[in-house]
Design a protein around this ligand. Structure first.
Ligand SMILES: Nc1nc2c(ncn2[C@@H]2O[C@H](COP(=O)(O)OP(=O)(O)OP(=O)(O)O)[C@@H](O)[C@H]2O)c(=O)[nH]1
Ligand SMILES: [Mg+2]
Ligand SMILES: [Zn+2]
Length: 293
């Protein structure tokens, strides 16, 4: 029995990376045994029938599992935002950060298209970058046009499964093309027409970039907070979580409770007010959510 990682799933076959080779496997036994459908990213135990084919016997415990796109064991989410075209959106960034933290994935903030910014826009982005670093995040500023900052991005991919996430048109495919020119991914409007709106059943595949594996489809195609409860939200904001140690009441939601450490840090300017406001907006969104049956 051997162990490997599924890097592609297509028409009933799972392609398991083992010792630099791809073994085409069937899921025989797995479904009946532990009722688990193998996913791209899974660590599996398999039996080889020869050096090209085999069958999967067991799926190892997952550290996380994304639904759309279906990938397991994602280590890093590269949250791609453009500085301009479209303008940088802190509220959308905070939304992605919550989803990523909730799924126990490490986020990396990448703000790209820096070549298109004027001085004032640069200052604003530098300022945001500082604030997000202070909140505990890693931030990298890049341009796919000039390739500035790309060398700082590459080492983060090593020895991990990564997904790129971000709204349409921010420059995800352009970044991947710079990281791996052989990919020749379509950029501009074409990819949006092909990839968005309809439930495409196209397969997910992990591609090798440097020493890491990167999903070829954008992570987090749904941005709603289903599954996240009001009490979870504090833990999805590392800066708010840290400040909450100082809250007088356990279970403080930092809204109107007295002696709230979070509100004190906001007043003192140590937590940016917009982060706190996004927290409140998201909390309200969760509270307003209709129960689903
Ligand atoms: N000047 C400049 N243009 C960029 C940069 N990155 C991307 N673009 C342009 O922005 C547009 C959108 O880039 P894409 O890479 O296709 O964006 P995407 O995030 O993959 O978009 P979807 O596939 O729709 O999700 C294209 O016209 C790119 O040429 C950059 O760093 N600088
Ligand atoms: Mg794209
Ligand atoms: Zn509080």
């Amino acid at each position: 029995m051997l162990e490997g990682k599924i890097i592609k799933a297509l028409s009933g076959f799972y392609y398991v990376l083992y010792d630099q080779r791809l073994i085409q496997c069937r899921g025989r036994g797995v479904f009946r045994k532990n009722k688990i459908t193998p996913l791209v990213g899974d660590e599996v135990v398999f039996q080889a029938e020869n050096d090209q084919e085999g069958y999967i016997l067991e799926v190892k415990d997952r550290k996380n599992e994304l639904v759309r796109p279906p990938i397991a064991n994602v280590d890093l989410a590269i949250l791609v935002f453009s500085a301009v075209e479209p303008d940088f959106s802190p509220v959308l960034l905070d939304r992605f950060l919550v989803l990523v933290e909730f799924n126990h994935i490490k986020p990396l903030i990448c703000i790209t298209k820096m070549d298109l910014t004027n001085d004032e826009q640069k200052r604003s982005i530098f300022n945001y970058a500082e604030e997000y670093k202070r909140a505990g995040y890693e931030v990298i500023l890049t341009s796919s046009e000039t390739e500035a900052g790309i060398d700082r991005l590459t080492p983060h991919l090593n020895d991990k499964i990564s997904v790129f996430a971000g709204q349409s048109g921010v420059g995800k495919s352009s970044l991947l093309n710079v990281l791996k020119p052989e990919l020749e991914l379509k950029t501009g409007h074409i990819s949006s027409y092909l990839g968005r709106g309809k439930h495409t059943t196209r397969h997910v595949e992990l591609i090798k970039i440097g020493n890491g594996l990167v999903a070829d489809t954008p992570g987090f195609s749904s941005l709603d907070f289903s599954g996240i409860e009001a009490e979870d939200l504090t833990y999805c904001f590392p800066d708010i979580q840290q400040a909450s140690d100082l809250c007088k009441f356990r279970g403080c939601l930092h809204v109107s409770e007295p002696k709230c450490g979070v509100k004190e840090k906001v007043e003192a300017g140590e937590i940016p007010r917009y982060r706190y406001e996004h927290y409140l907006d998201f909390l309200q969104e969760i509270k307003d959510r209709k129960p689903r049956y």
